[in-house]
Design a protein around this ligand. Structure first.
Ligand code: 9D3
Length: 248
């Protein structure tokens, strides 16, 4: 996948491309990343990329011409790419959106800074705006990295079999079961016996049950839209009876 990021801070992306699974994807030619410095496409001796908002108010607005020129440069390399902008006004990024972006052959990600981007650039050139959540960042760069990180690991061949993406929390719709490794006892806490039993049927059953319990406790919102299996339904009924018993 070709991914081109338009940003005023291309240096932020160098360590990102250079580590972990993203680096492996680059080395394995599953990801071909690039950055374009928007400032390189600004005119004049000072290469100004922002200006004061029409109508007044505080903060600055990104000028449309440097963004448009930078986008043309990206599109000359990847003419079929979808043009996405990271923005607090965008559609909330989630795992289904990550899966659909992972099908693309090329993506252009535009990172805003300052108070915002001239709306005419958005109207004329942006296919979709994406937000990574309801909190305020200082710019789109961390959002772009979040999107790229989530998308690249879904490209076939990027994850090894040992780390495969099929069984993810949000693909399964439940929080994962707890994980344990050595030592067998840590600060008085032993690893649950069943995990040492070697009984893989029992281990799978324990993992399914505790995943459901942990979802009830930690992320009940995930269960609102779930179609419970008969096993899950039976467990929830059993737990309800136990809670009713406690409450008299
Ligand atoms: C004070 C006015 N701000 C509205 C809350 C304007 C504003 C805040 C933050 C304008 C730009 C930004 C920079 N944020 C992003 O570029 C951004 C972002 C975010 O702030 N939260 C979640 N996802 C994203 S994606 C890009």
């Amino acid at each position: 996948m070709n991914v081109c990021v338009l940003t005023l801070f291309p240096d932020l992306f160098e360590p990102f491309w250079g580590h972990g699974i993203i680096r492996r994807a680059v080395e394995g030619q599953k990801l071909c990343p690039s950055t374009i410095n928007i400032r390189d496409y600004a005119e004049g001796r000072h290469r100004v990329t922002d200006d004061r908002p029409y109508g007044g108010g505080c903060g600055m607005v990104m000028k449309p011409e440097p963004l448009t020129a930078a986008l043309k440069a990206a599109q000359s390399q990847m003419p079929a790419a979808a043009t996405l902008m990271l923005s607090p006004q965008g559609k909330r990024f989630d795992q289904p959106l990550a899966h659909s972006l992972a099908l693309a052959d090329a993506l252009i990600l535009i990172c805003g800074r300052y108070e915002g981007v001239d709306e005419r650039f958005v109207d004329q050139h942006v296919d979709a705006e994406i937000s990574i959540g309801d909190f305020v960042l200082t710019g789109g760069e961390l959002g772009a990295m979040v999107v790229i990180d989530a998308v690249v690991r879904l490209i076939p061949g990027v994850l090894g079999n040992r780390e495969s993406a099929g069984n993810d929390t949000f693909s399964a719709g439940l929080v994962e079961h707890a994980h344990f490794t050595r030592p067998q006892t840590f600060g008085d806490e032993p690893v649950p016996d069943v995990l040492l039993s070697g009984n893989h049927h029992e281990i799978d059953r324990w993992r399914r049950q505790t995943a459901l319990m942990r979802t009830v406790l930690k992320r009940p919102d995930l269960l609102a839209q779930r179609n419970f299996s008969p096993e899950e339904r039976a467990l929830l009924v059993k737990w309800r009876r136990e809670i009713d018993q406690l409450l008299g």
